[in-house]
Design a protein around this ligand. Structure first.
Ligand SMILES: [Fe+2]
Length: 188
């Protein structure tokens, strides 16, 4: 399972202002390059999704999490998955690794990982515990589906690369996972 994701034994504190304020951040469409694997000729397609930058100051009181953010240069964003929408199967184009935190507790939400895009293939589901960070291998195929009637918000702390991540490097995820395990921060 940890080849796709792992849960950290940390929690955003209930007194953090982000819980009451994140909804005030408008998520606008942002254009991105979507990466296609080698089998499709390393093509890039312009695409878009809804996101907002969040203030770094919110995390200064989360001592252990903030330390990880500084160590790995993780920047906070809010992702919006509106009711009846999905982020289709993809690998992230410019994010080598990320920590995701579910801010809501709405049902009818699916996050799946897979090794490939084959017609019939094994999958692994990630069920978020609200407020807990999960380290995600963004270089494995994944999809987020909101098939309910309520918008879904995900806090995502990511390291952004200047160049596209063609070739699906696994190194950054595996290195960060091992480092967090060595610090005793990963649930077993
Ligand atoms: Fe993604």
């Amino acid at each position: 399972m940890k080849k796709y994701f792992a849960k950290l034994n940390l929690k955003i504190s209930k007194s953090n202002p982000l819980w009451s304020e994140y909804m005030n951040y408008a998520c606008d469409h942002v254009e991105v390059s979507k990466f296609y694997p080698d089998t499709k000729g390393k093509q890039f397609l312009k695409d878009s999704f809804k996101q907002a930058w969040l203030p770094m100051q919110w995390f200064e009181s989360e001592v252990e999490l903030y330390s990880i953010m500084q160590q790995y240069d993780l920047k906070p964003k809010l992702f919006l998955v509106e009711a009846g929408h999905c982020y289709n199967w993809h690998k992230d184009g410019f994010r080598s690794v990320s920590l995701n935190i579910d801010l809501g507790n709405e049902p009818d939400y699916l996050v799946l990982f897979s090794e490939n895009e084959s017609l019939y293939t094994p999958i692994q589901r990630l069920v978020y515990e609200p407020g807990a960070p999960y380290i995600l291998n963004t270089q494995k195929f994944h999809v987020s589906i909101n098939y309910g009637n309520t918008d879904r918000y995900i806090l995502t702390l990511s390291k952004y690369e200047n160049v596209s991540l063609s070739g699906s490097p696994q190194g950054p995820y595996l290195e960060m996972l091992k480092d967090l395990e060595d610090q005793g921060l990963v649930d077993v």
